[in-house]
Design a protein around this ligand. Sequence first.
Ligand code: KIV
Length: 271
Amino acid sequence: MASSKGVTRVTTNTLQKMKLEGEKIAMLTSYDYSLAKLVDMAGIDVILVGDSASNVMAGHETTVPITLDQMIYHATSVVNAAQRSLIVVDLPFGSYQGDSKEALNSSIRIMKESGAHAVKLEGGSEVIDSVKRILTAGIPVMGHLGLTPQSIYKFGTYTVRAKEEREAQKLLEDAKLLEESGCFSIVLEKIPSALATNVTEQINIPTIGIGAGSGVDGQVLVLHDLLGITVDFNPRFIRRYLNLEKDIDKAIKSYIKDVREVNFPSDDESY
Ligand code: KIV
């Protein structure tokens, strides 16, 4: 499938093929035009407009406060930037749970107003009616199991999930249910590697892990964590490829100094 600029777009079929061929899927979050453009041009397969925007962009403590309108705003900015990646948008807390009609309406709004390609939602059997109803409209759905941050007030902690046999068994059943219902992929967050590998082997759709080891079909990270901007957040699953917080601090301090010492602008930078 070609985008408006003639670039071949990654689709849900591409991801399925990648799983079959054992090719790993690389996914990252983005929430704005400028960074999404760089992420897309670098060749990422999937951009997730995550509800982590609630923390990273708005500074909220949890993902609970972000609204559907705000998610659509972020998604629109990313869609304007990305030519190649498949763009998946999180359904925010309160826009899909317990009411499948509302789930469908929320998903239709995301697809129509932002131009994104798929939605993601958290949970298994509890949200299966919503998953099925969204799929009736031809909207691709990505599941999300394990640590599901929208339920933080139920869990009470961001610690590793499904370490006990009963929860691990329920997670495996939920993964199978999401697959049977027609989801094209499932995010597995912060669960033991052995469980994530087992789920990946037992289902035919791609699994994307975050804090779920290397036995999954792909990986996702929050872009700002990878770039070293969100330095106060330090779970062990993050690998920082840059230390941008330090570089940005240095650049801004140099600018302030130059302004104060009348070293900026120079004649060359003036009209
Ligand atoms: O919102 C988000 O960034 C996510 C990823 C952590 C998977 O859901």
